[in-house]
Design a protein around this ligand. Structure first.
Ligand SMILES: Cc1ncc(COP(=O)(O)O)c(C=O)c1O
Length: 386
């Protein structure tokens, strides 16, 4: 039985929101930049948050807010991943988790491999933790974007101490193949490096995309890896502040246990309450309908780009609601999002901010209604023809 795609909220409702997506640009701009989505909350989340507001449940997050058991169930149902509950911890958000893990695993001045083009805060969070980002760019291939395993090995052999992986990858939407992840784990283990895998987009891996949680890629990956994830992208909960750190071995679990107590204490209570509801089976149907919508939208985007921007190039993402589009053929310079904001009144994310390989690209958020997507690409197409 096919699943009915989730409908986005109408624009007039979205414009009443006060989040970054809706309060950065004037009303004539269609905002397809920051990674927020335009859908109504899943009903189980709406209900628990409404109850919390009703009774003024706005204090500190308790010692066991329930996210551990909720995520263990989610990972089993969605990925076939068996996690030992005591190996799940929580914190305020994914980037907080990444920074604290880096602080615990690398020494000031150590190099940390990243694979640009990549989520811009990766650069800053490595610096915040005292590390130095080392680029090993993704490789473009006919099969999409690939990890440059040789390049990563060279960097680790040369002294880099960690790899900050993005799986699925932002901005390309790539679910890295299990074999690549297993090979990455072997390389990291050979040089005594850790892999921190940002899996915030994992709940949005499309069925059949081949997404593999890093810690499931191999026994070695489970030994040396840390996964940091959240309900916040799939369920649009970024403002509520709850993320999870998952480990697969005693030594890595001990590192997480050794983090300052504040790391857990910073978890937002609304974030934890919402995450428990998000990861519960009761929200699976909503997530499936969101995935059906995003599947339709990624195909629609491919058609729209072919129609309105025939010189643009993009690989249909395996996961998530972000598309990484090569617009270099249009003469809009290194940062096409600038010309598009001014000339088409559509806000995209700036390609160069994603580091090496970002010039000439823009990132488009298709977590919206098909009508908004149609209008946005038509506006950009009109600018291209002007
Ligand atoms: C790959 C990736 N990591 C982390 C984040 C931010 O997560 P958080 O708000 O939990 O720090 C995002 C947000 O879009 C993201 O795409």
């Amino acid at each position: 039985m096919s699943i009915a795609p989730l409908d986005a909220l109408p624009l007039e409702t979205l414009r009443r929101r006060s989040s970054t997506k809706w309060r950065t640009f004037p009303e004539d701009v269609l905002p397809l930049f920051v990674a927020e989505t335009d859908f109504p909350l899943a009903e189980p989340i709406r209900a628990v948050l409404a109850e919390a507001v009703e009774i003024g449940d706005t204090g500190y997050t308790p010692p066991d807010p329930g996210v551990r058991s909720a995520y263990v169930g989610f990972a089993r149902r969605r990925f076939g991943w068996e996690i030992e509950p005591q190996r799940v911890s929580w914190t305020g958000d994914v980037m907080m988790g990444v920074v604290e893990l880096l602080r615990a695993t690398v020494t000031r001045g150590d190099r940390v491999v990243i694979t640009p083009p990549v989520y811009p805060p990766f650069f800053f969070c490595i610096e915040e933790a005292g590390g130095v980002p080392q680029d090993v760019p993704l490789l473009a291939s006919d099969d999409g974007w690939l990890l440059d395993l040789e390049g990563i090995e060279t960097a680790l052999a040369d002294g880099a101490r960690a790899v900050l992986l993005c799986n699925p990858h932002n901005p390309t939407g790539t679910a890295h193949a299990k074999e690549s992840l297993a090979a990455l784990a072997e390389i990291a283990a050979r040089y005594g490096a850790v892999v921190i895998s940002d899996e915030i987009h994992a709940p949005l891996a499309q069925p059949g995309s081949g997404f593999t949680p890093f810690l499931m890629a191999s026994a070695t990956a489970a030994e040396i890896g840390y996964a940091v994830t959240s309900a916040s992208k799939a369920f649009n909960l970024a403002g509520l502040k709850c993320a999870l750190i998952v480990t697969g071995a005693d030594a890595t679990t001990a590192v997480v246990r050794g983090l300052p107590r504040e790391v857990e204490w910073r978890t937002g209570l609304f974030g934890a309450i919402a995450a428990v509801a998000a990861f519960d089976e009761a929200s699976d149907a909503w997530l499936d309908s969101l995935l059906a919508r995003l599947d339709e939208n990624r195909m629609l985007l491919a058609d729209l780009v072919a129609e309105h921007l025939p010189l643009a190039r993009f690989a249909i993402p395996d996961a998530g609601f972000l598309a990484w589009i090569d617009l270099s053929a249009y003469g809009w310079g290194d940062d096409p999002a600038r010309a598009i904001l001014t000339g088409a009144r559509v806000a995209l994310h700036h390609g160069p901010e994603f580091g090496a390989g970002g010039a000439g690209y823009a990132r488009l958020n298709f977590g919206c209604s098909p009508d908004v997507l149609r209008e946005a690409v038509a506006r950009i197409g009109a600018l291209a023809r002007a």
